[in-house]
Design a protein around this ligand. Structure first.
Ligand SMILES: [Zn+2]
Length: 415
């Protein structure tokens, strides 16, 4: 099927049954609202050009150079910031306050088994009103929409009270050590922090704009070693079984909910993700157990208070142990205010929906921006196909997303 689509020998995939093929799509965009017509085509071309660059994390594969080139005529000054192996890009147009930042990433996760794709993952195929390829939804489509919205805002309101900037990284899907985190440190050191941030992560679940993320739970991983005393299973009094101690620990920590959540967050969860203890013989009690667990936590906790809670429990149970911690990000919340109002209004005007303001889902680069006291939300396309084979986004959704981003800028940056 993949091969047929590529060489065009089978018309089936290229000419969909409902007849809504490439030509019809072209016309559909052509009869779009006045002035938006050329824009829409440019938006699609830009999204396709980004997908065609196979920027598997943390490789940028030339995406940021393309973005800088695209925004230069609109007066955006591009500042590449390379940290370690990672390309980042900071784009500004003037220094008027307030500053709204559109933030996104050019890196994508690997395509996975290519034979499972109906179209080549980096061909940016347009079919049936859809744009298909790795990164279409996460998040080259919304990145293109943010770029076009920034460009259109600059040309529509050259003397606006506030200004737009863009923060682009190629290290979001990977370790994320040399991406947004470092860019923020540099901007903070220069006194160049901003006021509002919209991250283009795919926040929508059923329909475009049905969900906006206004925060994220924290993520904390514990690496625990329980020490026992190795011995013969027939002489347990002379041994100390670390698996039994481990069982007491899990029972104690899961006996009651960590919290009940709060107005914006679901309850904190604890999940064991890995356990290992084995002396390699059926008649030996192992001397050690290693395990790993993760908390997804609400603003009722910090990483420090959770770690203290766990360590207190281990002490109370008298468990001989060693523990180390890794924080993926503290929880953050953007309280309802100017930014959430602007985003909600832009979505309602464009779709008629009132979005749910949610804090669910995994972590995102918002975790590196929010700690500076900046209001951050995430608004992007449907997330149904992200990180999967045959990732896709509706082209019409990208067109509407561009308008939403533009409306958000209007509400925040015009007097
Ligand atoms: Zn993403």
């Amino acid at each position: 099927m993949f091969q047929a689509a590529r060489d065009g020998s089978s018309g089936r995939r290229l000419r969909p049954a409902n007849g809504f093929g490439f030509k019809r799509l072209w016309v559909a965009l052509h009869v779009d609202a006045q002035g938006a017509e050329r824009m829409s085509l440019d938006l699609l071309a830009l999204a396709r050009a980004l997908i065609e660059r196979p920027s598997i994390t943390p490789d940028d594969a030339g995406c940021q150079a393309l973005i800088a080139e695209q925004l230069a005529p609109a007066g955006f000054a591009a500042e590449p910031m390379r940290f370690g192996p990672v390309d980042n890009l900071w784009l500004r147009r003037g220094g008027r306050k307030p500053v709204l930042v559109f933030a996104g990433h050019t890196d994508v996760v690997p395509p996975g088994p290519e034979e499972q794709w109906n179209e080549p993952p980096f061909a940016a195929t347009v079919r049936d009103g859809l744009l298909i390829g790795r990164g279409a939804a996460d998040m080259k489509g919304s990145l293109a929409a943010m770029i076009k919205a920034a460009e259109r805002f600059a040309s529509s309101y050259p003397d606006a009270a506030g200004s737009i900037a863009l923060l682009v990284t190629s290290d979001e899907e990977g370790a994320a050590d040399d991406g947004t985190l470092k860019v923020m440190e540099r901007l903070a050191a220069r006194g160049e922090l901003f006021d509002y941030c919209v991250v283009g992560e795919p926040s929508s679940s059923e329909r475009l704009g049905d969900t906006v993320r206004i925060g994220r739970r924290g993520s904390l991983t514990g690496f625990l070693t329980v020490r026992g005393v190795q011995g013969h299973v027939a002489y347990p009094l002379a041994a100390e079984n670390p698996m039994h101690a481990f069982a007491r620990f899990v029972a104690a920590i899961t006996r009651e909910p960590m919290d009940r959540g709060n107005a914006h967050f679901p309850p904190t969860t604890f999940q064991m993700v890995n356990v290992h203890s084995d002396a390699g013989a059926p008649n030996v009690v192992p001397g050690e157990l290693k395990c790993r667990f993760n908390f997804r936590y609400s603003t009722e906790w910090t990483a420090a208070s959770l770690a203290e809670r766990v360590e207190r429990e281990l002490e109370r149970l008298g468990i001989d142990h060693e523990i180390r911690w890794r924080i993926a990000g503290e929880p953050f919340l953007t309280a309802p205010g100017r930014l959430t109002d602007a985003v909600t209004a832009a979505i309602s005007e464009e779709t008629g929906l009132t979005p749910e303001l949610s804090t669910s889902g995994g972590t995102s680069d918002g975790r590196y921006i929010a700690p500076y006291g900046i209001d951050v939300v995430e608004l992007g396309p449907l997330n149904a196909t992200i990180h999967k084979v045959n990732e896709e986004v509706a082209i019409d959704d990208l067109v509407r997303l561009e308008r939403m981003y533009f409306r958000i800028a209007e509400r925040l940056l015009l007097p």
